[in-house]
Design a protein around this ligand. Sequence first.
Ligand code: ZN
Length: 245
Amino acid sequence: MGNSQKSEFCLKSELLQEIPNVFHGFGCRLGPRGVLGELAAVRQLLGIPASNPLAPGLIQQEHGVEIATVVSPIAIDLPKADGAVTEEPSIYIGVRTADCLPVLVAGKHGNAVGVAHSGWKGTLDGIAKKLVQTFWKEFGVAASDLIVSIGPAIGACCYQVSAERIALFLERYPELRPEITGWQGCLDLGRIVQHQLELCGVPSAQIEQIDLCTECHPELLFSFRRGDVAPARQFSAIAISRIVD
Ligand SMILES: [Zn+2]
C-alpha cells in the first residue's frame, strides 16, 4: 500500500508520525541492529535529537507471547519477552526481526507506546491481542485509542508453509480461510494480525500495514528465508519524548 516513507535506513509510519511526542522507526539493512553501543543509530532511527535523553528498554525475544512492562532502562538481564510497553519518556523499546512482523503501537494521545515481535508462533498464539490487553491493564488505554503500524515482514507472496501449519491457523481462526490460504498455501501474517487487532476493538482506520515483503526486497531488508543469518536483523523501535523540538 506504500503508506510509509522509505529510506535505506528506515521506514516511517504515517499514522504514528501524527503523534507529536512519539518517535519511531522500522529499521532496514543499514539501520541499527538493536544492540548496546548503538545509541546514535537508534537516535537516527527514531529521529530523536542528541539533546534529548534516551535509554534502552531491551527484551530477549523467544517466540512467546510475554509482554514486558518497562519502567526503567534495561540493558542487562533482559526480560524474556516478545513484546514491551512503556509510558516512561526517553526509554526506547524495540524488536529485532527478519521475516517476522514488527508491530509498533502508541496511544493516540502519546501517553504510552508498545512493540511486539509476531512470528508465526506469536501470531498463532495472539501476541497482538496480548499487547492490546496490556495497554488497558497497565495504562488504562483502550483499544479504540490505539494507533498500530505493522512493519515490513515476509509477505503472502513468499510465505509458503506446510499444510500442517495452515491447519493450525485454520483451527484457531476458521473465519480467515480465504485470507490465509489465498495464494497457494501462503500465510498472510500481516492480515492475520490486523484481524486480531480488529477483533480486540482497534478501529481499522487506526491500523496500518507497511506491506513490504522482506524476501522480495534484498536491497532494503534482511530475510531469514532468503538466507540472512543472525545478527542480520532489522531493529524497529518506538519511544516517547516529552521534549519535542
Ligand atoms: Zn515476497
